[in-house]
Write a protein that binds this ligand. Sequence first.
Ligand code: AMP
Length: 278
Amino acid sequence: MLDWPSSLKRAFVPTMGALHNGHLALLREARQECEEVVVSILVNPLQFGTDEDFASYPRTLERDLELCHEAGVDIVFCPLASDIYHPAFDTRICGGWLAKQYCGVSRPIFFEGVLTVVNILFNLVRPNRAYFGEKDFQQLFLIQKMVRDLWIPVHIVGVPVVRESNGLALSSRNAYLTREQRQEASCLYQAICTVRESVLEGEKSIDTLRKIALKQISLELDYLEFVSEISLKPIEGFVSENVRLLIAAYIGNKPRVRLIDNGIVSDSNACQLGNRSL
Ligand code: AMP
């Protein structure tokens, strides 16, 4: 456990490793805003279902340590799961209604695993600020909500999605994909861009916009929802302000890889291929 920071501002970036440019964007922002940067690397068993990829999740610790060093990270915390969870460990933070929606439908224990480990890591690292990607927008929202609801003294910073040049959101799980699949998977971002263009051209009906999005997606869909980015509640009827499109889909067979993406579809100036943010 680290001591509480004195006058220094301590930044914290929790990760599961297999670091890529998305993680590095979080590290850069942390480095710019704080005097001390702590990164954790832990493939957290609590957030994986029994049929999910815990055993095969990419683990590249040596390379991760090099990248952290190059990014000017002060402390890399890479505990074993058994260091964190003692044998009789049996406590969870559940996350309320939202943890059972969207990604929570096909991954029913995912968010309680994430919220529980983030809480433990906050207690061990004692950061002033913690950095999370908008790539996992529902996760970011739930962490922000947990911090507010439980009066946890950490400021949460959201960092825009980092993408490949074809628009595919970077993810450690992209390592499972072939080059062709990476190209095909960029259809999720294309769907977000097309919906956004349609909104800008005046189409406001959610039903029509859903059809427009589905036309772009050649993958097996898990869900596609228009939500308020203020409440994360579903939007029905017509697009107004602050609407975000959340998508999850599967690609491939062996392994069958689940991809997520999201983006604002209701305002005017972000959706460009190669742009790091939506
Ligand atoms: P993970 O290692 O996948 O648990 O991710 C660790 C952190 O990096 C989370 O806050 C993610 O949202 C964030 N992250 C992962 N991929 C990206 C990306 N493409 N752009 C921005 N942040 C990301």
